[in-house]
Design a binder for this molecule. Sequence first.
Ligand code: DC
Length: 263
Amino acid sequence: MVGSSDRGETRPCDSHCGCRCLDHIIIVMPETNTPNVFHGKVIALDGPAGSGKSTTARLLARRLGFEYLDTGATYRAAALLAQRMNVSLDDDQQVERMLNQFHLHFVAETDKNRVILNDEDITAAIRSGEIDRLVTPVAGHSGIRRFLAAWQRERAAQGNVVLEGRDTGTVVCPDADVKIYLDASLDTRARRRQLDFERTGQTATLEDITNDIIRRDKADTERAHGPLKRADDAIVVDTSGMTIEEQVEKVCQVCLQRLSKKL
Ligand code: DC
């Protein structure tokens, strides 16, 4: 939880708020040299596939010294487990058995979070094209959504967390201290996805990626449970044409302004 950035220094609380707990994050703003103490704060960052949410959320969390919770990875992990256990999503008992064996945690590393399911590192396995497809029905299953939303809420309750997903500001944590909705044009999102694929050694045409994004947008926005939807009180940031550094800077400024008002 200790780090530094061009926004200032972050470190666990010592005596600034008098309680000496280890959960507070102090951000010393370089402009004013004033310490801001953040305790129990939740930032919810939602948006469609390819809007740059994951990278932004991870870098934002690192800058603020917050935990990063990638809720999409929880749905992907559930899809992988369902695939391996050959679960039929129409069979409640099979789904329940699967959820009883769902023991997930994240290990924070400098440039990514490793995802561990039942002691196995599934970080790479959940990013395959097959899981991209299988995750859609899993994310549309009401029982699985209820289970994962509760799992996510429990982690968010530990405070100083950046939650990233589709429904974190509407369903998981409607009382989040800051809600951001990241968006970008379809073309921007498809090109970003293609770069992600290239980085991981996968190939796909821009047309296929665009069609896959359209399919996922439709599934995400039209599902009955936890659809992708901008919370009324979310701040919209359109990242089309922004570099990743610019969008992280923008989102970080918005968050610090909002959080500072809530001290
Ligand atoms: O962000 P992602 O592509 O890793 O998300 C994987 C899938 O999980 C995607 O189909 C949307 C779904 N999802 C969801 O339904 N609710 C969330 N809070 C996060 C992701």
